[in-house]
Design a protein around this ligand. Structure first.
Ligand SMILES: [Zn+2]
Length: 228
């Protein structure tokens, strides 16, 4: 079965059939991930998935992407658990949960949707819409350079700003870069990765990639930070 990221798929549960799009391929160890119309992510062994006819969904901003983008390290937050209200400070923004440290020193791992913002840290804060804005900007740039069948995803990397995954035909953008970076830097990162996608895996940052980068308006240099 040839299963592409973004492809329409369905799978059967005992009582119903779920339709969605492939969000992440499965591996021998890990289940595939399917995102449904309400943006819920299901983890299912890949061989249970059936490809359906229909258009791919190549750009995905998950609800967790948006929830997480409201918070910054240092924010004071509250959350309730078993009827008690807790408050503390955000220590770390993990992919699906924040680490919150209470006055007592206890650390809790808390899903973003259960947090309430009490006081913001001083760090400037973009709105959650920023992520949608950047995703449509990236999508438009990708489409205008012929990458219609390439996917766009945000991820947690601190190590790189952008990444080009040829196997999954996916351009990854670092979510923290997207939220905190300057417009011009983000645009350059997107174009940089588009140039990689067009140039192919062997080109790396060599002459072929440089020529394409210049043509499409990216700075023809490796990166602000190393990328893959
Ligand atoms: Zn690069």
């Amino acid at each position: 079965m040839s299963l592409e990221i973004g492809a329409p798929v369905e799978f059967a549960l005992p009582n119903k059939v779920i339709s969605g799009h492939l969000y992440k391929k499965g591996t021998r160890r890990n289940r595939a991930q399917v995102i449904d119309a309400s943006n819920k992510i299901w983890r299912i062994p890949e061989h249970f998935l059936k490809v359906k006819p229909g258009p791919n969904r190549n750009t995905i901003v998950t609800p967790v992407d948006l929830e997480r983008s409201k918070y910054r390290v240092g924010d004071l937050v509250s959350f309730s658990l078993h009827g008690d209200l807790f408050s503390g400070k955000i220590l770390k923004l993990n992919p699906v949960r924040a680490i919150v440290i209470l006055k007592s020193g206890d650390k809790w791992t808390v899903p973003y949707h259960t947090l309430n913002l009490v006081t913001s840290s001083k760090t400037p804060r973009p709105s959650a819409d920023r992520l949608n804005e950047i995703s449509s900007q990236a999508r438009n740039l990708m489409d205008s350079h012929g990458l219609h069948d390439w996917n766009l995803r945000f991820d947690e990397s601190k190590r790189f700003l952008g990444k080009c995954n040829y196997r999954d035909k996916t351009i990854h953008l670092s979510r923290s870069h997207a939220l905190d970076g300057k417009d011009s830097e983000i645009r350059d990162t997107i174009l940089h990765e588009i140039a990689h996608a067009i140039a192919g895996p062997k080109a790396r940052h060599g002459p072929k990639w440089k020529t394409i980068a210049k043509q499409i308006g990216a700075k023809p240099r490796a990166s602000f930070k190393p990328d893959a």
